[in-house]
Write a new protein. Structure first.
Lengths: 341, 234
């Protein structure tokens, strides 16, 4: 029996290809998008402005394709972690971070990750596969707070720019008038700096960009992030400096005690980012099992922030959330995969 | 304004295929021309593709020797997969065909001494390049894993040049009792921590899973993280 394909996660162009293939009116594609993304119907039968015949044709090959999460973990601080099963039977995570009247969802783009960063739990799974646009959008569509969301950050499992085509399609669905019509300013894509797709992203998207920096020194960054071999941070910065709209760029910097938290690092960061009007988000390290890295003390964290601010770099400290539910990306699913959670 | 940015690794060269050998099922060594004046360091990469307008380039470690005297062409070691958009096209190339490539680049480079190389499968390429390029080694060790002897690319060169400092591991071939039977990770797990010197730098090359697993074992055996560098096949 033919497996039905999901409509959720299809762009207007893809829906138009379907309507054309099934000899449906051209405008039916927009109607289908409206039913799925705005009216949130749960079955094709509910698409009442499509003819009965067209609905039947669609039903033969397609379904809405929304999948409920498998597990939900709630933190005492309000953070929630949703676990979804992929079509290949793997587990992926999304974290909901409420703050005052904002709801930010951190979504995954891959199962596992190829980047192997020393401080990241997702990398310990190895790379299991790419998520489809359906699986990315489903994380946004199927959580309990879907209609309250105010921001999306592509900072969950995986490297979004290593799954570029599906990431960019999901962004289209989030921002296009035919679907969710969000402002791109409400969306942030995080990357280690995969230069070829970074260049495409900067040309094709108006969303915010967060670059994982973590050390301004080549050799040190190489030990933390193997991607430095291939796409050194200096080349990433060169790409970013050529951007007109630099306000949408930020850098992520996790502080590790005795590793990347010295005045020498402040000085080098100032040199590296000179000429860019971007800001730095300092992050506390969510400890992962057997890690040789330790988080910097609160005092040192504030000192580091102050030193960067003195250098003219706008620097904020991101609040740690959901540590009791292992909200750090990949932590829960990796431990489950390893059989210890 | 990204048009202002000139990528540092444009596909500015066309190379002619010199030779293609399938050393084992779906595992190939591809040789192609190198410009006489081109220099590179073992561990560096080439971005290459067969059709720059339609197939995005992928990165391959150079497996041939650094010096033009030793090797007048580039070699890469790769395997094909069902989904591999480029690798299957590479596998179809014959002598005389052309591919588009960048200049060599990358920062995964190593000294001649006090280096502990660890590689699995096609991840051997950067270390093969290094060891082909050098005759006099001081304190260089290589832990090399593959499924079977056919896939243990370069094992004759390594045995001859590194002698006892070469440790081959076969994970699915028990026909060679003199070699370690098992994965590289099994070897390291069973290895006494005193055999992992703390005055060496460890260089790992392979898949994300291999690198992360190997790095975790080394860390658990007391090797500090700042003595470990890795190249992952992205």
């Amino acid at each position: 029996m033919e497996l039905k394909k999901p409509l959720l996660g299809l762009t207007l162009t893809e829906l138009q290809a379907i309507t054309q293939e099934h000899s449906m009116p051209t405008f039916a594609a927009k109607q289908i998008a409206d039913w799925i993304y705005r009216k949130r119907v749960t079955s094709i039968e509910e698409m009442s402005n499509l003819s009965l015949g067209d609905r039947q044709k669609l039903c033969e090959h397609y379904e809405i394709g929304a999948k409920k999460y498998q597990h939900l973990y709630a933190s005492v601080d309000g953070t929630k972690k949703y676990l979804f099963a992929t079509t290949k039977g793997n587990g992926i995570e999304s974290a909901l971070i409420p703050h005052e009247n904002h709801y930010t969802l951190c979504v995954s783009t891959q199962v596992g990750c190829k980047m192997g960063c020393l401080f990241c739990m997702t990398g310990k799974q190895g790379f299991q596969g790419q998520l489809s646009t359906n699986e990315i959008i489903n994380q946004i569509y199927s959580i309990d707070e879907s209609e309250q969301l105010t921001n999306i950050v592509y900072m969950g499992m995986g490297e979004p720019l290593d799954n570029y085509s599906e990431t960019i399609k999901s962004i289209e669905i989030m921002t296009a008038d035919y679907a969710y019509a969000w402002s791109p300013k409400r969306i942030t894509v995080s990357t280690v700096g995969v230069i070829p797709t970074l260049i495409r992203f900067l040309e094709e998207s108006k969303c915010n960009l967060a670059v994982s920096l973590h050390s301004p020194f080549d050799e040190e960054r190489l030990q933390l992030m193997p991607i430095q071999n291939v796409y050194p941070i200096k080349e990433v910065i060169q790409v970013l400096k050529a951007q007109k709209n630099q306000a949408r760029i930020s850098f992520e910097y996790i502080l590790f005690a005795g590793v990347n938290d010295s005045q020498k690092h402040v000085n080098e960061l100032a040199r590296l980012l000179n000429g860019l009007s971007a800001h730095i988000n300092l992050m506390r390290f969510h400890a992962i099992p057997n890690s040789p890295l330790k988080g910097t003390s609160e005092e040192k964290l504030k000192e580091f922030q102050s030193a960067l601010n003195k250098k003219g770099i706008i620097t904020t400290i991101r609040a740690s959330r959901g540590e009791d539910i292992m909200a750090a990306c990949g932590l829960l699913s990796t431990l489950q995969k390893q059989g210890s959670a | 304004m990204t048009a202002m940015y000139i990528p540092l690794h444009p596909l500015k060269f066309k190379s002619k295929i010199v030779d293609q050998i399938e050393i084992y099922k779906n595992h190939f060594i591809l040789s192609f021309t190198r410009e006489p004046e081109e220099r590179f360091m073992a561990g560096q990469l080439l971005a290459l593709t067969t059709a720059p307008d339609t197939i995005p380039p992928r990165l391959y470690s150079i497996a041939s020797a650094e010096t033009a005297e030793e090797s007048t062409c580039y070699q890469i070691y790769y395997n094909t997969t069902k989904e591999g958009q480029l690798s299957n096209r590479l596998a179809a190339l014959k002598a005389g065909d052309e591919l588009h490539r960048s200049s060599p680049f990358g920062q995964f480079i190593f000294p001649k001494s006090k280096s502990y190389f660890i590689a699995v499968g096609t991840g051997i390429a950067p270390f093969l390049s290094k060891i082909k390029s050098t005759d006099h080694f001081q304190e260089v060790k290589l832990l090399h894993g593959a499924k079977n002897l056919e896939l243990l690319l370069g094992h004759e060169i390594f045995s001859s040049k590194l002698k006892k400092n070469y440790i081959p591991c076969l994970s699915q071939d028990s026909a060679y009792p003199g070699l370690f039977q098992g994965r590289v990770s099994d070897y390291l797990q069973n290895c006494d921590a005193s055999k992992l010197p703390l005055d060496y730098h460890y260089y790992l090359c392979g898949s994300a899973e291999m690198v992360v697993q190997t790095r975790d074992i080394l860390l658990s055996k007391g090797v500090p993280f700042n003595l470990i560098s890795a190249e992952i096949y992205f």
